[in-house]
Design a protein around this ligand. Structure first.
Ligand SMILES: N[C@@H](CCC(=O)N[C@@H](CS)C(=O)NCC(=O)O)C(=O)O
Length: 210
């Protein structure tokens, strides 16, 4: 299988962190990672549009030659394809909670963070937009407070002792924030401590570049 990705972008990074976490658990998925240079606009060229008509990364080419183009669907597929040591291995309630937190991060935080990053210092060269940046910063506060509260019982990772897809999704967005030189965490010591802890993990060390 092949994962079409680019190192800095949050959605590919989420999948790359997930694959690296599974590798740390002893699961070798044998997925080749192929860079699509988004800075050069390669994701909008016919070669990539043939893989993913929406012109985004990641895209996973499966063994039958067809593609998955949504990061969470890719992870869900890999959980089923390689069921040993999978991350969603708790009770239905634990798995439900893990997906709930992942969705909250992706839909309520990662979106505003991405827009914010592009509004202040876009790696893709988008124009600066102070008004949009201020609006996105405001939108980030409730989900950040939610995560700070989640960590208040001293759990080391977002869902407890074991790494979850939510950890991968959050760190993928925070790497993008570091790249655009924005610190979105504010006065949230528990999230800051989580960030340090997560970045020290071998999987994170293997994947993160910023
Ligand atoms: N919902 C998709 C979003 C994919 C996405 O928007 N990827 C970004 C990179 S993080 C991208 O390719 N952006 C380029 C563009 O939209 O032109 C997913 O979860 O994979």
């Amino acid at each position: 299988m092949k994962l079409y990705m680019v190192p800095l972008a949050p959605n590919p990074t989420k999948v790359m962190l997930y694959i690296a976490e599974r590798a740390e658990l002893g699961v070798d998925m044998n997925i080749e990672q192929v860079v699509v240079n988004t800075v050069k606009g390669r994701h909008k060229e016919p070669e990539h549009l043939a893989r993913n008509p929406f012109g985004t990364v990641p895209a996973l080419e499966m063994e039958d030659g067809t593609y998955l183009v949504e990061s969470l669907a890719i992870i869900g597929y890999l959980e089923q394809k390689f069921p040993d040591q999978c991350l969603l291995n708790g009770t239905p309630e634990e798995n439900g909670k893990a997906l709930d937190v992942e969705r909250i991060i992706d839909l309520r935080l990662a979106g505003p963070m991405g827009t914010y990053g592009h509004a202040v210092n876009s790696p893709l060269g988008y124009p600066k937009d102070e008004q949009k940046a201020a609006q996105m910063q405001a939108n980030m506060q409730t989900p950040l407070d939610y995560l700070e509260e989640l960590l208040s019982d001293e759990r080391p990772l977002l869902l407890g002792d074991r790494v979850s897809i939510a950890d991968c999704t959050l760190q993928a967005s925070l790497q993008f924030m570091r790249y655009v030189e924005v610190d979105p965490l504010g006065e949230r010591p528990l999230l800051r401590a989580w960030d340090e802890r997560y970045r020290a993990r071998p999987a994170a060390q293997n994947v993160l570049r910023w």
